[in-house]
Design a protein around this ligand. Structure first.
Ligand code: ARG
Length: 664
């Protein structure tokens, strides 16, 4: 049931019949000004369009509101609307309406959420790690956000195609091939391939980082100097100017400070990389032996791309190990994909793509590289380098072309880090330029996971934290936090060790997912495991615990969903307590929450919904006895509410990719 949608439709009708507004244009934008209230004293929904409309027609907002209320036909949903403050229209749903809707919801296996009448075919490109290195904390976001969006859109009735665009062909393979050739040991790789390959990756990566940091230091230092000189003169210019001009100049000066700070952060990072190597005599000796390592890695990569038999054989040998490694993580996270078409899949199509762009006059040679010039951008998109190498962008154009012909989608969602924003802006611009824009392309971007220090989360040695060890930590924390041995021993029957481990696993993994999904997608957030597994607050643990409580209540009342349905047929659903009413309304808002996830591609709306439902349920539980209800009819209604809460919580958590346990 989408109550706001229903109210919006009624408002739209009122706007077209009300004499004050009937002749105005674009009334739907006013009809959409309906919000759930934050305070029950303003009713359940509030209509806010009288104020802007009054401005438009040059009249008093309360008069406009009164005109709208006269035209508004909502007697079947609401009590008579009230006008408040400057011209808000407050709507309070009637108990009869809520009761009817609850009855429908109880009878509906889809928890009152209809399937879309206009289903879209939507590709979700997510997770997409570069597989030559172990998955790290940065991969959690794309994986869980993409999975949640895929699950939710599918539940809303859309045809979802998930695709993991693996980085299985890039420089990272050049890195492990170089590492294997120079530092590798066949026996060790055979025996423990995953660990050894990741050690090789780390070592080569570190040496490359060292040399490129060394090269960048002087440049960064002079850049910082130039920026601070520029800042000084910008400030003097601002001092000399006045009024709006001074303000503008000061703003420009602030911009320079930001740039300088970014350069300083880069310089610090470069110094850290250098220190890490210089503090280790063995590494430093290696660094001195492999001075042109960056160049050599590129050569190994390009040999792979041009079909060099040795490198291709190594790639074929290593890739399955890399895939096993990431699949283990996906199993633990309970994430699956319809397709896993990595970058290597598109390699044979890349020359075609470039040739076609050239033939159509859309790509030109510039500095010996093949470039697509885009009027909206300073720099072109390079699709083939001077040495013939293709780029990440070339693969994305080929991928888009393949997806359009193979799947004919209405939308493609790229769930990828905000830092790739420019890449996708350019990709979408190219798509428009070459006529591949009959599809809605969306960069579903997200912020960075930060450590306690507010910087991207890293281990002490400076590498990003492995995703698996993070999952292990979460499960261990859950084992301690949510499975208090005294409480578990008192359970009937007491919880034994295997069950406790199973519960800790479910809670630990859920904690990480839920915390990630709950943050606003585009902002950065600090990773705090203790907070994530806590039993109180907006956590998965709290939501899962609320679910377990619903199971417990039904058990205590020696009833199940089926017998509750039988009782409903006899006793009708009747609201007699404000906490019952509040819980009914919260349950009926499930569809609203799901639609807003789709609208903003924002799983955090669903997390907020789950939290508010769990809280509303907890208040209901404190205030309304079920077992000792005042009458049998009242008990029936309360059992129905508990049943529905159980179903909606389970469904909502499932859409977040989170499992539940029956007790904890
Ligand atoms: N493998 C890339 C990375 O780790 C992400 C790929 C995202 N998807 C895409 N179609 N570009 O940065």
């Amino acid at each position: 049931m989408h109550i706001s949608q229903l109210v919006k439709q009624r408002l739209q009708d009122a706007l077209t019949t009300c004499p004050i507004t009937a002749s105005l244009e674009s009334l739907d934008s006013y009809a959409s000004m309906v919000r759930p209230t934050t305070d029950p004293k303003f009713g359940d929904y509030q209509v806010n369009c009288a104020m802007p409309l009054a401005k438009l027609v040059g009249s008093n907002p309360r008069e406009v509101a009164a005109g709208l209320v006269d035209a508004l036909q909502v007697a079947d949903l609401c009590k008579p609307p009230e006008i408040a403050g400057p011209g808000f229209i407050n709507l309070t749903l009637t108990d009869e309406f809520l009761q009817d809707q609850m009855l429908r919801m109880l009878a509906d296996p889809r928890c009152g959420v209809p399937e879309s009448e206009n289903p879209k075919r939507i590709i979700v490109d997510f997770s997409s790690p570069n597989v030559a290195k172990p998955m790290h904390v940065g991969h959690i976001r794309s994986t869980v956000i993409g999975d949640c969006l895929a699950r939710t859109l599918q539940f809303l009735g859309h045809q979802v195609i998930t695709d993991n665009h693996l980085g299985d062909w890039g420089t990272q393979f050049g890195i492990i091939i170089y590492g294997y050739k120079h530092f590798g040991d066949v026996a060790v790789v055979r025996e423990n391939p995953v660990a050894e390959l990741s050690t090789l990756y780390r070592r080569v990566h570190q040496l490359m980082g060292y040399h490129s940091a060394k090269k960048s230091i002087a440049k960064l230092e002079s850049e910082i100097q130039a920026l601070s000189d520029e800042h000084h003169s910008a400030l003097s210019a601002a001092d000399a100017a006045d009024g709006a001009d001074a303000k503008k100049k000061r703003k420009a000066a602030d911009g320079l400070v930001k740039k300088r700070k970014a350069a300083e952060a880069k310089l610090e990072e470069a110094r850290e990389k250098i220190d890490a190597v210089e503090q280790d005599a063995e590494l430093l000796a290696l660094a001195k032996q492999h001075v042109d390592i960056g160049q050599q890695v590129l050569i190994e990569t390009s040999k792979l791309h041009s079909g060099d038999p040795e490198n291709l054989a190594l790639w074929n040998e290593f890739l399955p190990f890399c895939k096993d490694e990431i699949n283990r993580v996906y199993d633990r996270l309970n994430v699956t994909f319809d397709h896993v078409l990595g970058e290597s899949f598109y390699h044979p199509m890349l020359q075609d793509v470039v040739d076609e762009l050239k033939q159509r006059g859309l790509a030109k040679l510039s500095d010996d590289a093949v470039c697509v010039f885009l009027p909206e951008f300073d720099a072109p998109m390079i699709v083939q380098k001077r040495d013939g190498a293709f780029l990440y962008a070339t693969t994305d154009i080929a991928t888009l072309r393949y997806r359009l012909t193979e799947f004919n989608p209405d939308e493609i969602l790229y769930v990828v880090d905000t830092r790739q924003g420019e890449h996708f802006d350019k990709l979408f611009a190219v798509a428009r330029l070459i006529g591949m824009d009959q599809v809605k392309l969306v960069h579903v971007n997200f912020g960075t996971v930060l450590g306690d220090d507010g910087k991207p989360m890293k281990t002490r040695s400076g590498s990003l934290i492995g995703l698996e060890s993070l999952l292990d930590d979460a499960v261990a924390a859950a084992y301690k936090e949510a499975c208090d041995p005294d409480r578990l021993a008192k359970m009937d029957p007491p919880m034994d060790e295997p069950e406790r481990r199973e519960v800790a696993d479910v809670i630990g993994i859920a904690a990480i997912k839920y915390a990630d999904l709950g943050h606003e997608r585009t902002s950065d957030y600090k990773f705090n495991l203790d907070k994530m597994v806590a039993l109180n607050g907006n956590t998965a643990t709290y939501a899962q615990y609320s679910y377990a409580r619903t199971v417990g209540i039904l058990q205590k009342n020696e009833t199940d969903e089926e017998s509750v349905a039988d009782r409903m047929a006899r006793d009708r659903f009747t609201i007699t307590h404000p906490a019952e009413r509040a819980l009914s309304l919260a349950l009926l808002r499930f569809e609203e929450a799901l639609q807003s996830v789709y609208q903003d591609y924002a799983p955090n709306h669903l997390v907020e919904y789950v939290y508010s439902l769990a809280e509303t349920f907890s208040k209901f539980n404190d205030q309304c006895h079920v077992l000792k209800a005042e009458s049998e009819a009242i008990q029936t209604t309360r059992l129905a509410l508990v049943t529905m809460t159980k179903r909606v919580l389970k469904q909502a958590l499932e859409l977040l990719g989170i499992r539940v346990v029956r007790r904890m």
